[in-house]
Design a protein around this ligand. Structure first.
Ligand code: SAM
Length: 285
């Protein structure tokens, strides 16, 4: 409710021309007597249009909002999905619609993942990615742009998700902002690495582009950003770098993710065969 109310409040002020001088306001301000409402809706994005929220205080207002949001979910082609989705390993969003869609991530190369504990795929940010991917797929083109947990870039459990994303989108840009205190990350030169948010999980910006008329598998362009969140002495920092760069001024490293892991990051795999050989030789016959 709070983000919904704040969005209406701020957009309302903007539309009223509160940022303009009095002399210009009349020419530009929105006519609030009109019937048209702001296209900002109170809804659970992860619920299908026919799934109604089971709220204890089910008021007429919520019912009207749900109906209005359902029209958007059902009838409009969504071409841009932008966000900072919630991170919650203990997701409250267990509806059939989104759970069914996420099941696509439980297979890779047409086979089940076979993971004993795929619980990380139940995280809310994974559901929101699947939600965005589904909308852009349905529209036939568009952009999904999220800042989120970066676990999906290289965790083996997410290989089906990566393959699915590569097949949906034509160009994927990943800016890995790192900062995982769980992995005790430091920059490659040994200097400190901080998270851009006050959270423990590493973070990445993912821009997923689907060009209409083109088919996947898409190319992944990857870049790292290490260092302090804010610079103490006005030097380089993550915030400063993000404010002064865009897609065209970022040094991307292009890869085509391959079976079996479909990694979005470059990994030194020179020891992989040795690692797997050891494991196999220890298995009881
Ligand atoms: C990490 S916060 C992002 C905050 C936002 N970037 C801002 O600056 O206000 C995640 C947002 O997602 C919203 N959210 C969580 N679950 C949702 C759901 N199922 N449907 C719609 N919004 C949801 C939360 O209310 C919260 O505002």
């Amino acid at each position: 409710m709070a983000p919904y109310a704040v969005a209406h409040f701020k957009l309302g002020l903007q539309l009223a021309g509160r940022d303009l001088p009095d002399s210009q306001r009349h020419a530009w301000a929105y006519d609030f007597a009109s019937d048209e409402r702001l296209g900002v809706y109170l809804t659970n994005s992860l619920e299908a249009p026919h799934e109604y929220p089971g709220l204890p205080l089910f008021t007429q207002f919520v019912a009207d909002e749900t109906a209005a949001a359902n029209r958007v979910k059902q009838d409009l082609p969504i071409m841009v999905v932008i966000g900072n989705p919630p991170y919650s390993g203990h997701s409250a969003n267990k509806g059939e619609w989104i759970s069914g869609l996420v099941r696509d991530y439980y297979q890779v190369d047409g086979n089940p993942l076979g993971e004993h504990n795929p619980k990380y795929l139940l995280d809310d940010y994974v559901k929101f990615m699947r939600f965005g991917q589904w909308h852009i797929d349905r529209s036939g083109g568009g952009i999904l742009a999220f800042i989120s947990n970066n676990g999906y870039l290289d965790n083996p459990t997410f290989r089906g998700m990566r393959q699915s994303l590569v097949n949906s989108f034509t160009d994927i840009y990943i800016l890995n902002l790192h900062g995982s205190s769980k992995k005790r990350e430091v920059a490659p030169d040994g200097s400190p690495d901080e998270n851009v948010f006050d959270i423990q999980q590493g973070v990445a910006i993912g821009l997923f582009v689907k060009e209409p008329g083109k088919r996947g598998p898409g190319v992944v362009r990857y870049a790292d950003l290490w260092g302090l969140r804010e610079s103490k002495a006005g030097g380089a920092s993550k915030y400063e770098w993000l404010l002064t760069h865009d897609i065209s001024s970022t040094g991307w490293d292009a890869t085509s993710p391959q079976t079996p892991f479909y990694l979005f990051v470059r990994q030194d795999d020179s020891a992989r065969d040795e690692y797997h050989a050891l494991w196999v030789s220890k298995m009881p016959l």
